[in-house]
Design a protein around this ligand. Structure first.
Ligand SMILES: [Ca+2]
Ligand SMILES: [Ca+2]
Length: 364
């Protein structure tokens, strides 16, 4: 189903039952109202849902495996998501907010939440059993952050702030890493912080001076996963971006990665001449350029070839010329960076991540 309005003034908008128990029922690009948005006894794949003003539960997941992405649950008096024992949920790149008294997610099954914002609710996640794996999320301005009565909880790269009844209840700081939690104060444990995250006005994105920016483990260990952050301004922003300009694309704490454009910026408009030996780009006054070359099979976010500045002839700073062909059947890649004399600019984006440009990353 795609592109519909399920408006049930009372009752369930979509009630999913199937004899193909493990084949997920797909619903996308739908706005739902009612007592319950989706009730599912079987597997589902739910994308681009807007679940508004429900009175019982936005998603009532009683059985099966569920994948939910790019969705928003907001308003109403019910819970956002209820996950029963025996069911599983992967909720990613989604928002649950402005629930009058309802909890964001109630977990009795096995849940993975990643790149999720839960704010202004009667409690972000209530763990009554099963497992909760929480990564790269922001939980703020709710009655509580994570409250565990039973089950297992692990938390990483998650930003808690201003949750009235505490950020973590029944969860020790030893189960939390690279996160921001102040109640209890988890700073000093597993790379955690307790700081004012400095949200932008009217959103939960991080300001340029936020101490939660670039606060994560070695980006090489992250391997570019998850790929994207929670989309607001930018639909598919890489999860790993370098904010402080040290060449290392450390992940930011929380659901949003800040899109910082450092100076000098990425080199633009690269195009080959007809001679197939000369590569040109747009020149900015006052900048120097560096060229990197390597075998195309070795190109990765932390492997960007060897610097070959001799390919850039001095009088023409906005082109390189390479008369050294690769071996038969092989191919070179080229990367070009700008340099203003203070710092070298970005190597651009690889899959899911900005390319690492620091000595620690360079693995030619
Ligand atoms: Ca970053
Ligand atoms: Ca950095």
């Amino acid at each position: 189903m795609d592109g519909n309005l399920g408006a049930a003034a009372t009752g369930i908008a979509f009630d999913l039952r199937s004899s193909f128990a493990t084949t997920p029922i797909q619903i996308s690009n739908v706005t739902l109202y009612g007592d319950v948005g989706v009730h599912a006894l079987v597997a589902s794949d739910l994308r681009d849902l807007n679940v508004a003003d429900v009175t019982a539960a936005g998603l009532d997941l009683d059985g099966g495996a569920h994948f939910v992405t790019l969705s928003r649950i907001a308003g109403g008096s019910g819970d956002g998501v209820e996950l029963a024992a025996g069911a599983s949920l992967h909720l990613t790149r989604s928002k649950i907010e402005h629930l009058a008294a309802g909890r964001g997610v109630v977990v009795s099954g096995d849940a993975v939440l990643e790149n999720v914002l839960i704010a202004d609710t009667g409690g972000a996640v209530d763990v009554q059993g099963g497992t909760l794996t929480l990564r790269h999320s922001t939980f703020a301005d709710s009655a509580f952050g994570v409250a565990r009565a039973a089950g297992t909880v692990s938390v990483a790269h998650t930003l808690f702030w201003n949750n009235a009844g505490g950020d973590l209840t029944g969860v020790g700081c030893s189960a939390v890493s690279w996160s921001n939690a102040c109640s209890p104060d988890c700073s000093g444990v597993n790379g955690n912080l307790c700081v004012d995250p400095q949200f932008e006005t009217g959103s939960y994105e991080l300001r340029a001076n936020s101490p939660a920016l670039d606060h994560g483990p070695d980006p090489i260990a992250m391997a570019g996963h998850p790929c994207y952050d929670l989309p607001d301004a930018l639909p598919n922003g890489p999860r790993l971006r370098d904010h402080d300009g040290d060449g290392l694309p450390h992940v930011d704490i929380g659901a949003y990665e800040r899109d910082t454009i450092l100076s000098p910026p990425e080199v633009q408009d690269l195009v080959w001449d007809e001679d197939r030996e000369t590569l040109r780009w747009s020149e900015q006054p006052g900048l120097l350029y560096h060229a990197y070359r390597g075998d195309v099979t070795a190109l990765a976010f932390d492997s960007f070839g060897v610097r070959h500045d001799e390919l850039i002839p001095g009088p023409v700073p906005n082109s390189l010329r390479d008369t050294d062909p690769p071996a038969a059947g092989a191919a070179w890649f080229y990367l070009v960076t700008a340099d203003d004399g203070v710092r070298e600019g970005t190597l651009g984006n690889a899959t899911c991540t900005e390319r690492c440009n620091a000595a620690a990353c360079h693995q030619p």
